[in-house]
Design a protein around this ligand. Structure first.
Ligand code: HEM
Length: 233
């Protein structure tokens, strides 16, 4: 018997709900990070507030659950689609114009996003919330003492390195494509098929993904430029 976990539409629905939840997290996370540009000490106060208290820990666990379900069902759907198509890939060698590059590469884009998240968690979350829970001192090469709640010090440290700057910008670009296609995908899954509104909502999705991209990118670029300037101005 088919249910929400086994039917194809049910799996897509779970992907849509968890995807929408993750996008809301990104909107919050981006808004919070932008504060680092305006006031590094204000940003550190937010990091301290979100530290390792029970609410923050429950939030982290719910977020991890959302990520886990989204990735698990992406894997199941990809394997299911591959199996359905056999070894022939797509039945047609001519790709219809309406099938965007992002839609065909949703899984690869998702993989770049996941690898980026893992590196990001290792650089930030592991040295901050996790270190605080474990009662450990974070270590940044060349910086004698750094607090687990000094998010602005971590940002300044990593984004003074051009390799991380470029790596993060590539990661954000993959995220832009992933979100803007994912939004369209939600509309398809929910059976929304009004042509005029679909094209309007597609534009709205691109604007929304761009706001998230620009917010995150602004933090990385501002701190890189600040690092070039330190000592000269
Ligand atoms: C300029 C870009 C970004 C900066 C400066 C930044 C900064 C941070 C910082 C400081 C933390 C640690 C907070 C703490 O543990 O107290 C953190 C955690 C985290 N970041 Fe980011 N982040 C950025 C982009 C992103 C993006 C694009 C994603 C996802 C695609 C992301 C996902 C996460 C997640 C999942 C956590 C763990 C959250 C938790 O503990 O509840 N971050 N980030």
């Amino acid at each position: 018997m088919s249910n929400v976990f086994t039917s194809s539409i049910g799996k897509k629905l779970i992907m849509s709900i968890t995807g929408a939840f993750l996008v809301l997290f990104l909107l919050f996370h981006m808004s919070m990070n932008v504060v680092a540009i305006i006031s590094p000490s204000g940003y550190d106060a937010i990091c301290a507030f979100l530290g390792s208290n029970w609410y923050a820990l429950i939030g982290t666990l719910v977020l991890a659950g959302g990520f886990f379900l989204h990735i698990l069902f992406a894997l199941i759907l990809t394997l299911y689609n591959r199996k359905a198509r056999g070894n022939n890939g797509y039945a047609t060698s001519v790709t219809p114009k309406t099938v965007s590059w992002a839609s065909q590469n949703m899984f690869v884009l998702g993989l770049i996003v996941v690898l980026g998240v893992l590196l990001h968690l290792l650089q930030f979350w592991y040295n901050m919330q996790f270190a605080e829970i474990m009662g450990q001192e974070p270590k940044l090469v060349g910086i004698p003492e750094v607090s687990t709640t000094s998010g602005s010090t971590f940002i300044a440290y990593y984004f003074s390195n051009i390799i991380f700057v470029v790596g993060y910008l590539v990661w954000f670009a993959a995220l832009w494509l992933h979100i803007s296609h994912g939004f369209w995908s939600i509309l398809q899954t929910t059976g929304f098929n009004n042509e005029i509104w679909i094209s309007r909502l597609k534009i709205a999705a691109k604007i929304f993904a761009s706001i998230i991209f620009l917010g995150f990118a602004a933090v990385v670029i501002t701190f890189y430029l600040k690092s070039l300037c330190s000592g000269c101005c």
